[in-house]
Design a protein around this ligand. Structure first.
Ligand SMILES: [Fe+2]
Ligand SMILES: [Fe+2]
Length: 183
């Protein structure tokens, strides 16, 4: 039965909850506007169907703190770059420099984010730090497998990075995005 309220949710700001993985990847991560089911924005339609430059954060990735949003964007781009590289099928250990550069970038971001959370006296800081620490320890196991030349690690690493970053940014970082910021 047609439910207009459900239809509104599916096409509105909660559409991310109803999206399959492929649509999520194409539309929100790769920012493709030509995927099936994509609804063009009124502004795009008015511009003759030419999409405007996408917001670099993407829906759901915006905390409202410019520096954090910029860092999230850079990390997202770096993960996409590594995924492309891993997809080429060269020797696993040849991807270590790219992975290490990504992990350095993420560590710098975690430190910056944690100091911001201290600054705003975020009550769940210990939990948030714990999430960052768990990432460091989980990814270090995958890094070891890459360094050992494990052929099966590419897919595991690729999906772990993508899924962790997506979940952490949308669910964990989103919790402090809503808080009032100090002046
Ligand atoms: Fe975080
Ligand atoms: Fe973050």
């Amino acid at each position: 039965m047609y439910d207009p309220a459900l239809d509104r949710r599916k096409n509105g700001r909660f559409r991310i909850l109803y999206m399959d993985f492929r649509s999520f990847w194409l539309r929100l991560i790769l920012r493709r506007k030509d995927t099936p089911g994509a609804t063009p924005k009124a502004k795009d339609a008015a511009a003759g169907g030419h999409p405007q430059a996408p917001h670099k954060g993407g829906p759901g990735f915006t905390t409202g703190v410019t520096k954090l949003d910029d860092q999230h964007h850079e990390i997202r781009e770096a993960i996409l770059g590594l995924q492309k590289e891993l997809g080429r099928g060269s020797a696993p250990e040849s991807h270590l420099p790219t992975l290490d550069a990504l992990l350095q970038r993420m560590n710098d971001h975690f430190r910056y984010e944690e100091s911001y959370l201290e600054h705003i006296k975020f009550p769940d800081l210990a939990h948030h730090k714990g999430e960052h620490d768990r990432f460091r320890s989980d990814v270090s196991l995958l890094r070891e497998r890459l360094a050992d030349g494990d052929q099966g690690v590419s897919l595991d690493l690729s999906s772990f990075l993508f899924n962790w970053f997506r979940r952490h940014t949308l669910e964990e970082d989103a919790t402090f995005a809503k808080r009032e910021r100090p002046r």
